[in-house]
Ligand binder design. Structure first.
Ligand code: ZN
Length: 259
């Protein structure tokens, strides 16, 4: 894979090197691990490497671009969860364009470090102290070969946002989201978890005195690879569902009680 090393002198291109098949003993070969992988930036000495501005701790990203498949799917790295940032920004844009006046304060939060323990969501939930949290993340499409539709949820890209049932999800808020989807003819899929959603929802739900939280996920293929894939209409439907839900939440609405 080609990579970019981010240094104070700018971006330095490099590659993950790996010996050719001809010179390897495949029977005894160690799989790639943190112990044997390396980056080659075309230098012959440590001094040369350092001259490029590279040091321990430099951030490295895969040199991959977004592409489209069959005018239907976006393919790219870290769509989980850069696409979430895009979708909430679009929500803000739609609310602004529709001149929607909300009877409450709306915070759009693109929180960091979800993958390493929901840390950003923990911090921001305590700072904002929200009454309601609608969280968006990605969820596994399980239609491709080697996935298991029987043990994992049967979820497909193109069939709409995924709504999760689970302890961290507040049922009355989820009902409102489902009613909103039906009213606006937005397709959706269901999944259920017994413990954690594995998303920022867990951090918001149990922050402060408890926050009514729900999760609207975007189906995604090949999670945590450089070729994560999402469906165009699913993106549109997640944006629509979040936007329409935000529009029907009332000032001071307490989701512990049914309206
Ligand atoms: Zn992830």
């Amino acid at each position: 894979m080609r990579v970019n090393i981010h240094t104070e002198k700018g971006m330095v291109p490099a590659v993950f090197g790996w010996p050719a098949i001809h010179v390897r003993n495949r029977a005894k070969e160690e799989p790639p691990s943190i112990k044997n992988i390396f980056l080659d930036c075309g230098c012959n000495s440590k001094k040369e490497v350092e001259k490029l501005g590279i040091h321990v701790g430099c951030v490295v990203t895969f040199a991959d671009k977004l592409m489209m498949l069959n005018n239907r799917y976006f393919v790219g790295r870290a769509l989980d969860n850069r696409i979430g940032g895009f979708m909430i920004a679009e929500t803000a844009r739609l609310l602004h364009r529709g001149k929607v006046k909300l009877p409450f304060g709306l915070y759009l939060v693109n929180s960091v470090q979800e993958e390493v323990g929901l840390r950003g969501a923990e911090m921001i939930s305590r700072r904002i102290k929200p009454n309601v949290a609608i969280v968006t993340d990605v969820g596994h499409d399980t239609q491709s070969p080697m996935y298991n539709k029987k043990t994992d949820s049967d979820i497909a890209c193109g069939k709409g946002p995924i709504l999760t049932y689970g302890p961290a999800v507040q049922n009355n808020l989820l009902d409102l989201i489902i009613k909103t989807a039906r009213k606006n003819r937005i397709p959706f899929q269901r999944t259920a978890v017994s413990r954690f959603t594995g998303t920022d929802t867990d951090a918001f739900a149990y922050s402060g005195e408890g926050v009514a939280s729900a999760l609207i996920s975007l189906p995604l293929k090949y999670m945590h690879t450089t070729v994560e894939m999402v469906h165009k209409t699913d993106i549109e439907n997640v944006i629509k569902l979040i936007t329409e839900t935000v529009k029907v939440i009332q000032a001071g609405q307490d989701f512990r009680y049914l309206r």
